[in-house]
Design a protein around this ligand. Structure first.
Ligand SMILES: Cc1cc2nc3c(=O)[nH]c(=O)nc-3n(C[C@H](O)[C@H](O)[C@H](O)COP(=O)(O)OP(=O)(O)OC[C@H]3O[C@@H](n4cnc5c(N)ncnc54)[C@H](O)[C@@H]3O)c2cc1C
Length: 727
């Protein structure tokens, strides 16, 4: 009999792959249809764009890299791959990781298969998709109950008649400051990347006659950075071409530009590429923008900038509003993206902090059994500038796949989930390793939630001194956790002459909030010329939370920095009116009395990353370390899961080859106590995963203990979350 899948996923980019895996893990029968030989979409070895997310870009957010399935996939790639992670260097390792995961999970796979047309059961219900397979001369229909269009262009959604938008909205439609005066078709274009290699000796390049010639003083390239190894994202062709229907014309055009730019680097002036040869040129244009399908809500610039709190939040973003100049490289005398001019005001207009994406943006408002994920969701052109990065697309994919498992469970459509079942969806996503700002673990079946937690040790917040300094030529400060009575905070400064420092301490809603204009403490402190430890009198009780202090600019002062990294802490600085994170550093400070913000109870705080608190248990140095959960009464336990430290403060392209986050425990045991007897139920050796789920024969117990004997390199252990279930 013809198979009818619970979920048919169209498109094997990161949104589609994460959607398929999440649906399958939640018990659905799933098939994924991908029109090319490999998975990964723009992040595949065919296009080679590096993943970006809320932790990266022009103004990276601290402690914000995505967890969930994308984190599992990405860390697996980093563990195996020898190559750095950046544009053009992406090789087949990621393709094969994606393929392996899908296959291991039991997702049915159709590669080289293009989904061409939706077969409709009714005008608002899809029954199947007509597919054409390359290399086999087959044409067939894949049937399903629900459909996830993650194809970028939304081929199936479009053919089903799903409502969509294309182009740029006018400034007035959503009151968006970054939108043009009048609506138009100036969307972002397609690009080809390329890779070059040092041949060890000078090599000539003779260009074909049809390249686009870029002379030595060409203005186009003056406005485009090319002082680093290609590929260059700005070799982009868009408007007036149509990014869907004229994709092939764009491709030929792009090849002329790629070789034209290479000719410039080799033959027009000194660029340092004499010894370099082309190793690879992309032949599949990477796309950025086309159709955006309408859900019951359209996310816009103000929502993301104001960090609007959506009750149906299912994912988050944080990349800047990255909107390219219409036309791309055809707009010869413009910067390819306005903030490339380096003007602070252009950067400032585009910065966003962590914001949420509502569920109402990821299902079609008029086709009942259709969800979308990736760049085709219900957002304005301006909001797409931030939601389009692949870390964010992957989270949306995971949410879409999980949502369909809820639809199947209750026999409902996606639009029925909000409001009545949204909490169930959010809780499921948290359980599966995702983070949703503002949403806590409220899963009643998690046995650890109301347990008492003890641990072998927990770490004091102590910043190591360093040799580096931050010049107070702009306002500089620090995000940090505070709790209980604080007497004073000390910082180390070097002053060029006797001067005054102005100190402010403020509350924040969460780590990424800078909205408060009200000082809790404001002090003017006299500083003598030379090096000084400056103590700022606080003398105040704090409720547990993330706060920020900063000093007003003072040209004569340098603040000592610390290279110590702790979850929830980050150096910050102000450029004009906007605060930004300097994730690699902290200001050196000392708090009196000492602060212990990494207590074992953080493991059951309900939040699995720094947000309104550190939300992590960090032990002192040395092994073994243990953490124990004491239950109020005996409970049956058959499954335990952990969220270890996935190095979420590092952005994707900062993660080196052969990398495993060093705080992940490699050797640990799980034991249960019943009466006077401890039973070891799990022992793991050589673990490298940040998200671990262990199922075992259920036992009744009054205590659960995890004992860690070794990590992947760190001298201490850190755990963000542990949960336990009956099965
Ligand atoms: C040059 C360039 C640089 C960029 N820089 C960054 C960056 O630094 N970081 C970042 O995160 N993002 C970046 N982006 C944006 C990002 O890559 C896209 O927004 C993102 O890939 C969209 O994800 P998606 O899953 O919707 O689409 P895609 O990644 O395009 O995946 C869609 C998949 O669906 C398949 N497909 C399409 N139609 C069909 C069909 N009919 N049947 C079957 N399969 C189909 C495609 O082959 C593709 O594999 C860049 C984009 C480009 C082009």
């Amino acid at each position: 009999m013809e198979k009818i899948y619970d979920l048919v996923v169209i498109g094997g980019g990161l949104a589609g792959v994460c959607g398929a895996i999440s649906a399958r893990r939640n018990g659905l029968s799933v098939i994924i249809i991908q029109d090319r030989p490999v998975f990964g979409g723009n992040a595949s070895s065919e296009i080679r764009v590096n993943i970006g997310g809320a932790c990266g870009g022009l103004s990276p957010n601290a402690w914000a890299r995505e967890t969930g399935i994308i984190c599992e996939l990405f860390l697996e790639e980093r563990k195996r791959n020898f190559a750095p992670y950046r544009n053009s260097f992406i090789n087949s390792n990621f393709d094969i990781v994606l393929y392996e995961f899908l296959r291991n999970e039991g997702v049915d796979i159709l590669l080289d298969t293009s989904a061409r047309k939706a077969i409709m059961k009714k005008h608002d219900l899809i029954e199947g998709v007509l597919c054409i397979q390359l290399g086999s001369e087959k044409e067939f229909v894949v049937k399903g109950k629900y459909f996830l269009d993650a194809s970028g262009d939304g081929t199936i959604a479009y053919s089903a008649g799903a409502e969509f938008r294309i182009g740029r909205e006018s400034r007035y439609e959503f009151n968006e400051s970054l939108a043009p005066e009048k609506e138009d078709m100036g969307i972002m274009g397609n690009s080809l990347l390329f890779l070059v290699r040092d041949a060890g000796r000078p090599v000539k390049f003779t260009p074909p006659s049809w390249i686009v010639k870029y002379k030595k003083d060409d203005i186009t390239l003056k406005l485009r950075r090319h002082d680093y190894l290609p590929g260059y994202w700005w070799i982009e062709v868009g408007f007036p071409y149509d990014t869907i229907y004229e994709n092939e014309d764009i491709k030929h055009n792009l090849i002329s530009h790629v070789l034209g730019v290479w000719d410039h680097l080799k033959n027009e002036g000194e660029h340092g590429f004499e010894n370099y040869v082309i190793e690879w040129i992309g032949m599949v244009p990477g796309k950025r923008e086309s159709r955006r399908f309408a859900g019951d809500y359209i996310l816009n610039e103000n929502d993301v900038k104001e960090r609007k709190i959506f009750p149906d939040a299912i994912a988050y973003g944080g990349w800047f509003i990255d909107l390219h100049t219409p036309g791309g490289i055809l707009a010869k005398e413009d910067f390819p993206e306005p903030s490339q001019s380096g003007k602070i005001e252009e950067i400032e207009k585009r910065i966003v902090y962590i914001y949420t994406i509502p569920f109402r943006c990821i299902y079609s408002k008029n086709i009942k059994n259709l969800v979308m994920a990736g760049r085709n969701i219900s957002v304005t052109h301006v909001a797409l500038g931030t939601t389009r990065v692949m870390g964010t697309c992957a989270l949306i994919g995971q949410a879409a796949g999980t949502a369909i498992s809820i639809c199947k469970k209750y026999g409902i459509f996606p639009s029925d989930i909000y409001p009545s079942r949204i909490k169930e969806l959010q809780q499921k996503l948290l359980k599966d390793g995702c983070f949703i700002p503002g949403i806590k673990n409220e899963d009643k079946s998690d046995i650890l939630r109301d347990s008492k937690v003890n641990a072998s040790s927990h770490r004091m917040l102590k910043m190591e001194k360093s040799d580096s300094e931050a010049h107070l030529c702009i306002a500089i400060g620090q995000k940090l956790p505070l709790k209980g009575k604080i007497e004073d905070i000390a910082v180390k400064v070097r002053a060029k002459r006797d001067t005054f420092l102005k100190f402010h301490l403020r509350e924040s809603y969460d780590l990424w909030d800078f909205s408060s204009r009200k000082d809790i403490i404001c002090r003017k402190i006299k500083v003598r010329k030379g090096e000084n430890i400056v103590k700022i009198r606080i003398n105040r009780e704090f409720k547990e939370g993330i706060y920020w202090f900063f000093f007003d600019e003072n040209e004569n002062v340098y603040l000592m920095e610390s290279l110590s990294q702790f979850p929830g802490l980050s150096k910050i600085f102000r450029c004009r009116e906007k605060w930004r994170f300097d994730k690699r550093k902290n200001i050196w400070f000392e708090i009196r009395p000492p602060l212990f913000p990494f207590q074992p109870e953080n493991i059951i705080s309900g939040v699995s990353r720094p947000e309104r608190w550190t939300n992590v248990w960090i032990s002192e140095d040395g092994f073994p370390q243990w953490v124990e959960f004491v239950f109020k009464e005996k409970r049956k336990i058959g499954m335990v899961q952990f969220m270890f430290d996935a190095a979420i403060n590092l952005e994707y392209n900062e993660i080196p080859p052969f990398f495993v986050p060093d705080q992940i425990p490699s050797h640990y045991t799980i034991s249960l106590k019943s009466g006077n007897r401890w039973i070891k139920v799990v022992e793991v050796k050589d673990n490298t995963s940040y998200f671990c789920r262990h199922k075992f024969k259920p036992e009744t117990a009054e205590r659960l203990k995890i004992e860690i004997f070794k990590t992947n390199g760190s001298r201490y252990v850190s755990i963000y979350e542990a949960r336990a279930y009956c099965s």
